[in-house]
Design a protein around this ligand. Structure first.
Ligand SMILES: Cc1ncc(COP(=O)(O)O)c(C=O)c1O
Length: 410
């Protein structure tokens, strides 16, 4: 049943052997000193990665639970919220608002495009007076379309408006630039199975002092996701209910591996592998779905060749090559293929993906010369390395590329 697979979906991502081994350790008492030390260390490490001095709360839930907590803890029934959406996860954020009785005004941009700061500025200009939106909600990395919204510039616009700022960075945090405190993000959500390379089961939610002020006024129902109970428990180095202990242990190990590589190198690796992926796809005339300027470092969505059903391509990759990619979501179902380069991914994984893709395209009677996509990806990667590597580092016998460091963890 379980075979080694080239798991190229945007979460759960590949979990390194050391992380799997950590998750196989005997369970510990979640009210005991070992768990207290684990939670304290995890919280500190996540504050470093997320660039915040404020609270990082760990919920035993998937990312959607974290999004629900973000809304339920900061808004009140009838509050207006401005939700910028460029795909299925923006729509989900708005749907959560609606489920809680928040009046979400959704501003949609076409799938494949990014939310531009000017659009945010124009829409915020309409939100003045007594009935104005109290909060701005947005997805950082839109996993359904492979678009990375320009968050730094958007955040500057939102900050000027003084509105509460809630960000879904479920698939962005840990693989791209994100400065939670400096950019003024009040609540940010991510999840263990994305860039963090741990199994699913833990959502991380950051809360700024402004978010806590909003909490005081919020009247939405909350029980399991009441973040004040997480904060109070954290002061005793505990969680309010039984946590997903195994995932917490795994996450500590994956954060250790990530700290070894360093956030800057991780961000660069994602950027370079994403670019190599796009160049490989383009070399076999496949159309990238996202606007190149805002292409995601986590996942690349592309259209299948004309007259090829994306579902068929995905099935052949799986059945013939153990290569697992994702399809389109929501209204893009059947129209897109999404290949992820998120988490502990190496150039070798991308090359393996292209070898499977090239053979599959040939099986689908597409005129593809073997090696063309692979070569283009390798070339693009080598170019990026040349641009970033310094001669001193290259001549050092101890210096290894980030890619090599990740590859040896297999
Ligand atoms: C951007 C984004 N938001 C929210 C979610 C939902 O997270 P989960 O599936 O962990 O509930 C995902 C998951 O793919 C995501 O990519």
């Amino acid at each position: 049943m379980y075979r080694p697979q080239n798991l190229r979906i945007p979460g759960p991502t590949f979990v390194p052997q050391a992380v799997l081994a950590a998750s196989a350790r005997p369970l510990i008492n979640h009210r005991g000193p070992e768990f207290a030390a684990l939670l304290a260390a995890l919280t500190r490490a996540l504050q470093d990665f997320l660039r915040t001095e404020h609270d990082v709360l760990l919920l035993s839930a998937s990312g959607s639970g974290g999004l629900e907590a973000a809304v339920a803890n900061t808004l009140s029934s009838g509050d207006k919220a401005l939700v910028f959406s460029c795909g299925a996860f923006g729509e989900r954020f708005a749907a959560i608002c609606k489920a809680y009785g928040v009046d979400a005004r959704r501003v949609d941009v076409p799938y494949g495009r990014a939310v531009e700061p000017d659009l945010v500025r124009d829409e915020l200009a309409k939100e003045k007076g007594k009935d104005a939106a109290k909060a701005v909600l947005i997805t950082h990395n839109e996993t359904s379309t492979g678009v990375l919204n320009p968050m730094k510039d958007i955040a500057a616009v939102v900050r000027d408006s003084g509105k509460l700022f809630l960000v879904d960075s479920v698939s962005g945090a840990g693989c791209t630039e994100l400065e939670i405190d400096e950019w003024g993000i009040d609540v940010c959500v991510t999840a263990s199975q994305k860039a963090w390379g741990a199994p699913p089961g833990v959502a991380m939610v950051t809360m700024s002092p402004r978010a806590w002020k909003a909490y005081e006024k919020s009247n939405l129902p909350k029980a399991y996701f009441d973040l004040a109970t997480y904060k109070a428990s954290l002061e005793k180095a505990q969680t309010p209910a039984t946590p997903a202990v195994t995932v917490f242990i795994a996450l500590q190990e994956s954060l250790r591996l990530m700290a070894e590589e360093g956030l800057e190198a991780i961000i660069r690796r994602h950027r370079d592998l994403a670019r190599a992926t796009r160049r490989g796809l383009q070399a076999v005339s496949l159309q990238i779905f996202a606007d190149e300027r805002y292409a995601s470092p986590a996942v690349t969505a592309f259209r299948p060749p004309a007259r090829v059903d994306a579902r068929n391509l995905i099935r052949l990759l799986r059945d013939d090559h153990d290569t697992i990619v994702a399809g389109g979501q929501g209204k893009m179902e059947g129209q897109l293929v999404r290949v992820a380069h998120l988490g502990f991914v190496t150039l070798q994984d991308i090359v393996a993906f292209f070898s499977a893709l090239e053979l599959t395209l040939r099986d689908l009677n597409q005129p593809v010369e073997p090696g063309v996509a692979m070569t283009a990806a390798l070339r693009a990667y080598a170019e990026s390395q040349q641009q970033t590597s310094r001669p001193a580092a290259r001549s050092s016998s101890t210096a290894r590329s980030a890619n090599d460091a990740v590859a040896t963890r297999r």
